[in-house]
Design a protein around this ligand. Structure first.
Ligand code: SF4
Ligand code: SF4
Length: 463
């Protein structure tokens, strides 16, 4: 086998085309401790956020079914979709910029898949079945009473955690109040919600008990983007081949010309995606840092400097020079800054009322007493505030009156939408065109909220 043989196959599929089941060695070390602490913080935030409310609303809600979206306690309507889109584009640019500079740091430290797999489910597995050698022996061994006991306990715990995770994700979609109702009220009233809960739980159970690293290796689109986002200046988990090669098994006798890598394969044993980081940056590497800890431990043991595997850029390792900002990084940063400014502007200038005025379908105009002409309009008003708003509409730039159908001025309840109608009436003598443009000012509590344009149909001058 040549040095380049690793390019002919992928770590997770064997020569017969079957999946290779990984038994990563339990990591330990400085980075693993830090990642555990970050994961605890992440889990605390993830499980707490659905319970935090602002003025009775959840802090975050992504109810795609009822088209209800709340971000940081601010409710977004489908009419605000463009603000949402700019926010999403800014987020994607942020991810791209972050990846160009720091590689897959996100995957290793805060991706929910990695956090749940490595910090929750894998820890349960280590606690019940032991480290990698014991797990392998247990799986390959016969179905003894002990194996049945261990597997049963493990899968029951896995399913309970999967239910907890599924319920938390559902809480972000339908809110905790709705979730409580599904859990406590008769099933017949919430069959759809209960089925969703069961489906989510089963998917999470399947992913963490069987599919595992395959999510990162074959499903996750972010992993696929690495090849276009990373460059020689991106900081990734990297093996210092300049210092490490030529690798050679450790021996007490000092030889000249050999590298620091003692070819112990500890970095491969701890890798949850089964790769050898010494082959360079690979799509499968989720930057979990387990190999840094493993190698540092070995370097300590043989009294060589730590950091043979470390966070570094290819450029940094090859030249020994520090990582610098490239034109691409500067361009992404400029674009991101522009999008953040645009998003802030859209949020700050978002009107409290969203008003849509459309001339009533199928109608032309009405003759009224006193030689006046009127048009009927359908009006949709969304009140995005948390208090009721009385709405007044005034004509500007043209003479005429606005007369609401029903109440003199409609009152739109907080966080609600109403459909209503009004007539605009003008003196026939002032109507010079068959179709003219009108500008309307929308007022509430003595303050002009927004303006709307619409059309007015009048009779032909010969009529
Ligand atoms: S190569 Fe290292 S950082 Fe990458 S996935 Fe494997 S153990 Fe984690
Ligand atoms: S853990 Fe370090 S020393 Fe051991 S094989 Fe990996 S790179 Fe070489």
């Amino acid at each position: 086998m040549g040095a380049e043989a690793f390019r002919d196959s992928v770590s997770h599929i064997d020569t017969s085309g079957k999946r290779v089941w990984f038994y990563p060695k339990k990591p330990k070390g400085k980075f693993y401790r830090w990642r555990t602490a970050v994961s605890l913080g992440f889990l605390l935030i993830l499980f707490t956020l659905p319970f935090i409310k602002v003025h009775g609303d959840p802090l975050f809600l992504f109810n795609v079914v009822d088209r209800k979206f709340i971000l940081f306690g601010v409710r977004f309507w489908p009419q605000d979709f463009f603000i949402f889109m700019v926010g999403m584009i800014a987020f994607i640019i942020f991810i791209a910029l972050f990846t160009v500079v720091y590689g897959r740091v996100f995957c290793g430290w805060v991706c929910p898949q990695t956090v749940f797999m490595e910090m929750v489910f894998r820890k349960i597995e280590y606690a019940i079945e032991g480290d990698f050698t014991h797990q392998r022996a247990l799986n390959r061994g016969p179905w003894t009473a002990e194996k049945i006991r261990k597997k049963t306990i493990k899968y029951i715990l896995f399913f309970l955690v999967a239910v907890l995770v599924a319920n938390t994700f559902l809480a972000y979609i339908i809110g905790v109040d709705e979730l409580k109702m599904i859990a406590t009220e008769p099933l017949s009233g919430h069959l759809g919600g209960f089925v969703a809960m069961l489906v989510f739980s089963t998917i999470f159970f399947f992913v963490y008990s069987w599919f595992r690293e395959q999510v990162c290796l074959v499903v996750c689109p972010y992993g696929r983007m690495q090849s276009v986002l990373l460059d020689r200046h991106s900081i990734v988990v990297a093996y210092d081949h300049v210092r490490g090669e030529p690798r050679e098994k450790f021996s007490k006798e000092e030889k000249t010309g050999k590298g620091d890598c003692i070819d112990c394969l500890e970095c491969v044993r701890v890798c949850p995606t089964g790769i050898d980081i010494r082959n360079g940056t690979q799509l499968e590497c989720v930057n979990c840092t387990a190999c840094i800890d493993a190698c540092d431990h070995m370097m300590e043991g043989v009294h060589r400097p730590k950091g043979l595997i470390r966070y570094a850029s290819e450029h940094n390792i090859a030249t020994g020079k520090p990582t610098r900002w490239t034109t691409r990084m500067v361009a992404y940063t400029g674009l991101l800054a522009a999008l953040v400014v645009l998003e802030s502007f859209l949020l700050v200038t978002r009107a409290d009322l969203d008003v849509t005025v459309v001339r009533a379908k199928g109608t032309l105009f009405y003759h009224e007493e006193g030689n006046r002409i009127s048009n009927l309009y359908n009006v949709k008003i969304i009140n995005k505030t948390r208090h009721d708003m009385e709405v007044e509409v005034k004509l500007t730039g043209s003479n005429g009156t606005v007369r609401w159908v029903g109440a003199p001025h409609p009152v739109v309840p907080a966080d609600s939408l109403i459909d209503t109608q009004f007539f605009i009436t003008r003196e026939a003598a002032e109507i010079l065109e068959q179709q003219s443009r009108l500008t309307l000012q929308v007022w509430s509590n003595g303050e002009q909220i927004t303006t709307e344009n619409t059309s007015f149909i009048g009779p032909l001058s010969s009529e």
